[in-house]
Ligand binder design. Structure first.
Ligand code: CA
Ligand code: CA
Length: 151
């Protein structure tokens, strides 16, 4: 009896676990997160709004090397050789980059050598499809973007 209950409980847990899925096929899952890789090419602010308003997500934050590798790997499957916006910004305070969804300070970062350099005026960010490293860029630069949600 105890054994049967235990199995029932495990089934219940499994059902709960598998009932949470990414919002659609265009989303890619890693652990309990889903990532959306856009084909749309827009400014950073429009990318942020697109993630939030249309997808109920946020412009992607990246918390560790494993997540960065996952995103870099995915980016390389799309055959688009440019860059994608990510959620890092220092629009509020120059030189202090935070993740836009939470205003969280970055514990992990993967800036390219010499970046962020705020050349001219660069308060937004992108990830390279080739190297997976980040660069700060002018916010009005138009490119693809990555959104993220937690399940
Ligand atoms: Ca800046
Ligand atoms: Ca830069």
């Amino acid at each position: 009896m105890e054994h049967a209950l235990c199995i029932l409980f495990l089934c219940w847990c499994f059902t709960l676990g598998s009932s949470t899925e990414c919002p659609g096929e265009e989303w890619k899952r890693m652990g309990s997160s889903c990532f959306y890789f856009s084909e749309e090419v827009v400014t950073w602010n429009n990318a942020r709004d697109y993630c939030e308003r249309r997808l109920h997500a946020t412009l992607a934050y990246i918390l560790n090397a494993e997540e960065n590798r996952f995103i870099e790997y995915r980016l390389n499957t799309y055959g688009y050789i440019h860059f994608y916006h990510i959620g890092a910004t220092d629009q509020d305070r120059e030189g202090r980059f935070v993740w836009v969804d939470s205003n969280r300070r970055m514990e992990y970062s993967n800036w390219s050598l010499g970046e962020p350099n705020s050349a001219g005026s660069e308060d937004c960010s992108e990830i390279s499809t080739r190297t997976g490293t980040w660069n700060d860029i002018p916010c009005d630069e138009e490119q693809r973007f990555v959104c993220r949600i937690e399940l």
